[in-house]
Design a binder for this molecule. Structure first.
Ligand code: C5P
Length: 310
């Protein structure tokens, strides 16, 4: 069997249509009902045989990516190689287009992409269930980046059930200057809950559940119904750490967005638009408001990690 000289995988970003955060668990994670929706912003990970593990990145925000063993792409290559008893001797190149540390699973995308790319480069044919297990070890969002589309994530977000979704839904993303740390946002969520007297642990907070109206809206493809059902329990925490995001959200709502919310742990803000024309108009207005660094217009759903033709 001839192995390819290199493999490139394209991986989508995500937005959380619902991020229902349960209590803090003894292992430091939170139980979630996490409705993931893949959106059409993509990173590409290219893998090529090398003497040892090496990682490079390109794109306007490449300087913000760690190029060492902490990068999820590197960790994915190491984990897959270890499972098969081989050396992770590979050059990983990340062409970065997903906002960095923005709440859109950009780092997780590179983990899923490197895993699929190395599997093909090394001719391993690892079953998808096993790839999903490795993804879950890498991070709570990584399994979703592999499958794409729409899915409900239970547990800490890694236990996926694919969901029916029609589209296209039209989105605008407002990318902030600088990222937010996901653990810091979860900690702030706990702090706000403690401060309001509800408590923050699994003993205090009911198990999070997906909203039936949201699942219906996704399946129907109706943007107004989706707008009414979007929710993010991390939004108060992201706004508490970055109060200026309220101005970004207001700019989108003022420009006619059907809904405005923080994407995941933020600080990227997501706006749902009724039409592609509305999306362009909202993007222009939010950028002109001076409340973000840049805006991106795209659609959902998007396919999961895909090997590109050589
Ligand atoms: O799984 P991942 O590495 O992406 O998680 C990063 C951090 O986000 C965790 O260390 C934890 O602080 C927080 N987190 C959480 N509950 C989840 C997912 C993530 O508290 N379900």
């Amino acid at each position: 069997m001839t192995l390819p000289a290199s493999v490139t995988v394209r991986i989508p970003a995500k937005v959380n249509a619902q991020l229902a955060v349960g209590g803090l668990r003894p292992d430091g994670f939170h139980d979630l009902a996490n409705v993931f929706l893949a959106v059409g912003l993509y990173d590409e990970v290219t893998v090529t045989p090398a003497d040892d593990l090496r990682i490079t990145a390109s794109g306007p925000d490449a300087a913000e990516i760690p190029l060492d063993g902490t990068n999820l792409a590197a960790r994915a290559a190491v984990a897959l190689a270890a499972r098969h008893g081989i050396e992770p001797a590979v050059h990983l190149h990340i062409a970065k287009d997903i906002p960095v540390a923005g709440g859109m699973a950009g780092g997780s995308a590179d983990g899923a992409g490197a895993l699929l790319a190395c599997d093909a480069l090394w001719g391993l044919h690892t079953p998808q269930a096993e790839l999903l297990d490795i993804c879950a070890e890498l991070g709570s969002d990584v399994p979703f980046n592999l499958i794409g589309g729409a899915a409900l994530g239970r547990g800490r977000g890694e236990l996926l059930t694919p969901l029916d979704v029609r589209g296209p839904f039209h989105w605008v993303f407002a990318v902030a200057d600088g990222g937010l740390s996901t653990p810091a946002v979860y900690r702030e969520c706990d702090r706000l809950r403690e401060a309001s007297g509800t408590g923050a642990t699994t003993a205090d907070i009911a198990d999070p559940e997906p909203a039936p109206a949201l699942l219906e809206a996704l399946a129907s493809g109706d943007p107004a119904a989706l707008a009414a059902a979007l929710s993010n329990d991390l939004q108060p925490a992201a706004l508490s750490l970055r109060p200026a995001l309220a101005d970004t959200l207001r700019a989108g709502t003022g420009a006619g967005a059907l809904a405005a919310l923080v994407s995941g742990s933020g600080p990227t803000c997501a706006f749902l638009a009724a039409t592609p024309e509305e999306a362009e108009k909202i993007a222009e207005a939010v950028l002109a408001s001076g409340t973000c660094r840049t805006t991106r217009v795209t659609t959902s759903p998007a396919p999961g990690a895909t090997i590109l033709p050589a």
